[in-house]
Write a new protein. Structure first.
Length: 94
């Protein structure tokens, strides 16, 4: 894989994590203001699409969705899997 492709892939993964983090914060704010919420499937979608690290950080930073077992279990588990895949891929390039 070319250096440019690796850079683009890294930027996409970083963007997905930032978006997942922000979505958790926005959903928490909407919950406090009793506004229309972000669907849970959207939060999970960004987490599955390599945003689990940001989603997990947002979940604990904003103390949002931490009492829902499926968020408390699957977000950190996905984050560990994604981090492992990124490390494995990074070391395989060496």
């Amino acid at each position: 894989m070319s250096h440019t492709m690796i850079t683009v892939l890294g930027c996409v993964i970083a963007a997905m994590n930032v978006i997942a983090f922000v979505l958790m914060g926005v959903d928490k704010l909407k919950a406090k203001l009793d506004k229309r919420r972000i669907p849970e499937k959207v939060l999970f979608l960004f987490s599955v699409l390599f945003g689990a690290i940001g989603g997990t950080m947002g979940m604990y930073s904003f103390r949002h969705k931490t009492k829902h077992w499926y968020f408390a279990v699957f977000f950190p588990a996905l984050a560990l899997v994604q981090l492992s895949l990124m490390l494995w891929y990074g070391f395989s390039l060496m």
